[in-house]
Design a protein around this ligand. Sequence first.
Ligand code: HEM
Length: 508
Amino acid sequence: MVLLNYSLFSSSILLFIVPFLFILISGLHLGKKSSSSPVSKLPRSYPLIGSAFAIFKNRKRRNQWFAELMRDSPTGTFVLHRFFGVRHVLTANPSNVQHILKTKFHLYPKGHTARVNLSDLMGDGIFNADGDNWKFQRQVSGHEFSTRSLRKFVETVVEAELSDRLVPILSKAAAENSVLDLEDILQRFTFDNICKIAFGFDPQYLLPSLPATEFAVAFDNAVRITSERMYSIFPATWKLKRALNIGSEKQLRISVSQVREFAQNIVREKTRELEQKSSLETVDLLSRILSSGHLDEKFVTDMVISFILAGRDTTSAALTWFFWLVSNDSHVEEEILKEIRDKPEISVYDEAKDMVYIQASLCESMRLYPPVPSDTKEAAMDDVLPDGTIVRKGTRVIYLPYAMGRMEGLWGSDWREFKPERWLERDELTGKWSFMNRDPYTYPVFQAGPRICLGKEMAVLQMKRVAAGLLRRFRMVPAGEKEPFYISTLTSKMKGGFPVRIEERKGS
Ligand code: HEM
């Protein structure tokens, strides 16, 4: 009996392995052949393994590969076949994006897979929530982004961090002619900012000594490993590693516990304040949540973690690429300086609101290098996308801002060029620029529809203020790769950071 079972077991293994090896060998062979012959660049799909070869080959340049796939697909949509018949719909088609983000919003929640992948780090925070839980968090956070709160944010928090910390650090680097990693500096800046505005807490990461940032390292690790789960070729692997507490999953567990401890301390400190004062004087997001009676520590901690991710990594990534692009384009730099010189620093809020050329440059920079390169939804029911793509219940549908910013059909044959004028219209009489918004489904850098980024206005104001405040005084001279490489976890980064020398402008 045992022997019979054994032979049945081994023959079923053979039944699986033999065709697999056959496909593997023929796949490698075909892979070689296709590199020299002019066949379609869209990847082949094989029984059982789907397009595993192409996925593996492009694993370190996923965004760039997806952008090529979208350009090669006649409809801007491609169904990527993964192991064992799993299909992912990738799209850069604005009609499809509108369909999933707005028209059929209820059919495309974040879904089960994202939930399973993200919940160790994010718990029930807004980025990982659907339904009533999402609605509640959206409602309670909304106040943070009202015009009054935004004005306060720019005039107090951003301003103080800029003039008391960021400018002195860059001045010192200029005087010493030293090389700084501007990406790191900007991450410290945005981290201090988001903690102050959302939690009324100053972590002081942007100090002249550039203190060790244990929390930031743990946070980066946790985000990276979590995002690797989302795109892992064999999802069963990470689940097994988690069950055995080994490898990357062990590292994730350690990093997540450091992140949670940090976030929990912020929540506990605020709760203590609340108990002592009966009502909180500060009106940050965290105070409001706690004052409204939501005292479940785990839930409030989840919210804090989502806000750190939202506020720290996005704006710092956008600014890093913006400064790199501007430092390589003397025309854009000159136009920005003209705009800055025309507007003396009177009211920082109004000044930031008015700077349309800087706004256009930021939008253009995020078109080419979006802080969030892709976003996943999961079909709650069978559906058909506007371009005719059939979507089965449970399929992941991924729209791709990085690819969309690089489509000739959407931006013209000069899509490679950094051209802020794309976003501007000049008044023939006054010669003044005015800003032209683009359709949010063609440019879903902040997502769109009911789940559009809550911090969009805040982020744009903050970035304009920082761009104007720094470019007025300094020139950034890149000291690294000629063309840095765009990489991403859940958000994007410049591979290896952004080393720069700082030059103080004369008469600044
Ligand atoms: C350049 C800067 C930013 C970009 C490009 C950006 C982009 C995005 C994107 C693509 C999403 C959708 C993510 C998803 O559902 O998976 C999102 C959501 C969100 N963003 Fe931003 N974001 C930026 C800055 C900020 C800032 C500064 C805040 C404020 C703290 C913020 C708060 C949020 C929140 C709370 C959500 C969740 C909205 C919801 O699910 O209803 N974002 N953002």
